[in-house]
Ligand binder design. Structure first.
Ligand code: OXD
Ligand code: MN
Length: 589
């Protein structure tokens, strides 16, 4: 008798009508075959799905060029479908599930005609982890099938694990005809189901990532008492040989990936990476908060990645351990058949084509690589991968960091007075736009806990859930705010950032381990100067003071703005958040 999984696949095939159905096993042999199919058989317009790159310099690497309208997450086409609009909140686009199903059923009808439907069985999390989830995605393009092999633990064992159970996470994906008017990403949290059509881009198409591991998982966590967060996970080994684990959430363009792979400039300190994007946080049997990274790959922005900003990422990309590595929408050095992007070390090569395949030189007046061009690489390729990455229990978290890009106001680092104040620090998170973000430069956009596009339910309830988790933890992590981006009167960054950020992490882990005192200010606890390790760093007393200065009239404006910002989340906003804003306003009087 057919299992629930087989029946579901058959139903989706009856709707989408593929030429054939291919059940993937996640093996390397199969990945070679899928790449071959992508190079020879499947196309996007005139382009083959994959092109081989120079394997001497970039082992196992292939190039993929997206449909030109399909280069980023489509937030305005992303919906949460729950019968109750209130549950979904103003932070999401809402559609009634019945209406969404009708609309999508029409679009899906026959959309895989002439194509192969790939059935991808994958785990989010280590298969033996009590926190892992068994998932199936269907897709009709080799690029997504191969990307999912890199980004998740894909294996036919997952099919055995699901057996005849009905409780598995489902995703149906088709590139359709890439028409942006027929592009939708629909989430059905009550059914652990995602329906996506019209896009082949990462966040819209690799359904295990933002769609499941954040939007649906945050909802599951809300129901079940855990958290799905947009956070890096790292371990910091100190000279005593102790490793302290921390997580950090930051909006895009704040150096989150660089933080996950930080190369310490302080002797005796070493950073181990466990994750660069998503953390699932569960309360362990000992009352501590444990983190797992549900993913198995890195899907990072290429422009700006260099030996200066992230040397470990470059060696990860050049590692030949895991097959394959993908580059999407970068520029190409034609003579050497290599990927290239703005910010890569060295001068641009002479003979180049841009991400759309047009000849390019530095006078073209455009970017050669699409600003959101990406690499997709196995996490096992990184020499910084923590030995604890595959620990099914996860790692115990001692500190949680919230960061943003703020040229004024926010000190380099501060510690929350307690969990509730820490949730407030997360909720107020915001970042100033950069040129790369294509918006007006320097405008503050709030992005609570860097989860605004990814929280799959009402953000007010989400803050309430955070407060409840804190009540259940017997040893809650301490919570910190960091800001590497404060500028001086000439608009120059005061703090050197990158590898020097280990100095801040050192203070954080010493605080988390109760080893140093701190100074109280109305906005939180900041380091006593002697406790911040500045050895070998040339920074004047005056500039250091500026990094930590707390100007209460500026803070009054900030607190009032935060309070106003919270109003949009309506009556679901917990009163504790308003109280924290009021406390801050009162301390400014
Ligand atoms: C990502 C994002 O792609 O946050 O990780 O947009
Ligand atoms: Mn992300």
């Amino acid at each position: 008798m057919a299992t629930a999984l087989e029946k579901w696949v058959e139903e989706q095939a009856n709707l989408t009508k593929p030429k054939k159905i291919y059940w993937c096993d996640g093996s390397e042999k199969e990945a070679h075959k899928l790449i071959e199919i992508g190079m020879k058989e499947e196309r996007i317009g005139e382009q083959p799905v994959f092109q081989e790159l120079n394997h001497k310099n970039w082992p196992n690497s292939y190039y993929h060029r997206s449909h030109p309208t399909d280069v980023a997450r489509a937030e305005h086409l992303t919906f949460i479908c729950h019968p109750n609009k209130e549950v979904v909140g103003t932070n999401n686009n809402w559609m009634d599930p019945k209406e969404a199903k009708e609309k999508m059923t029409k679009l899906y009808d026959g959309c895989m005609r002439g194509r192969t439907m790939y059935v991808l069985p994958y785990m989010m999390g280590h298969p033996e982890s009590p926190y892992a989830k068994a998932c199936i995605q269907l897709t009709d393009i080799s690029y997504v099938a191969v990307s999912m092999r890199i980004m998740t633990r894909m294996s036919s064992d997952v099919i055995k694990k699901i057996g005849d159970k009905t409780d598995f996470v489902r995703g149906l994906h088709s590139v359709g005809d890439f028409d942006p008017n027929k592009r939708f990403i629909m989430h059905f949290p009550q059914e652990q189901l995602v329906w996506s059509i019209g896009s082949g881009y990462g966040g819209n198409a690799l359904l295990g990532k933002k769609c499941f591991a954040l939007r649906i998982a945050s909802w599951l966590g809300y129901q079940q008492g855990w958290l799905a967060e947009h956070m890096v996970i790292l371990g910091i080994k100190d000279p005593q040989g102790r490793t302290t684990y921390i997580t950090a959430a930051m909006p895009s363009a704040c150096g989150k990936t660089n933080l996950a792979m930080l190369k310490s400039i302080l002797p005796g300190y070493k950073v181990w990476m466990l994750g660069d994007d998503i953390a699932w946080l569960n309360i362990g049997p000992d009352g501590r908060l444990y983190a797992i990274n549900p993913e198995a790959g890195l899907f990072g922005v290429a422009p700006g990645t260099s030996l200066k900003t992230n040397p470990n990422m470059l060696s990860t990309l050049r590692n030949d351990k895991f097959y394959p590595t993908l580059f999407t929408n970068t520029a190409l050095d034609v003579d050497n058949n290599e990927p290239w992007w703005e910010g890569l070390d060295g001068n641009p090569p002479k003979n180049m084509i841009d991400w759309q395949g047009n000849p390019w030189n530095k006078d073209s007046g455009t970017k050669a690589a699409q600003p959101n061009s990406r690499f997709t690489v196995s996490i096992y390729n990184s020499s910084m991968l923590s030995p604890e990455y595959d620990n099914p229990r996860g790692v115990p978290i001692s500190a949680i960091i919230f960061g943003g890009r703020r040229t004024q106001l926010i000190p380099l680092v501060s510690e929350a007075f307690n969990w509730q104040h820490g949730v407030f620090l997360g909720a107020r998170t915001g970042s100033e736009t950069t040129a790369a973000a294509l918006h007006q430069v320097g405008v503050l956009r709030r992005d609570p806990m860097a989860m605004l596009p990814f929280c799959g339910y009402n953000m007010g309830d989400y803050f309430g859930h955070w407060l409840n988790i804190g009540k259940k933890l017997t040893q809650p992590p301490k919570i910190y705010s960091v800001n590497w981006f404060r500028t001086d009167d000439n608009g120059k960054f005061i703090w050197p950032g990158f590898g020097d950020n280990i100095r801040v992490l050192k203070w954080i882990i010493e605080r988390a381990n109760n080893e140093v005192e701190a100074k109280e200010t109305p906005i939180g606890l900041i380091p006593n100067k002697e406790d911040l390790d500045l050895s070998g760093l040339d920074i004047s007393e005056e500039r250091l003071n500026k990094l930590f200065s707390v100007n209460m009239s500026e803070w009054k404006n900030e607190a009032e703005e935060i309070k106003k910002y919270f109003e949009q989340f309506g009556s679901n906003m917990p009163k504790e958040m308003k109280q924290e804003a009021d406390k801050l306003i009162n301390s400014c009087k």
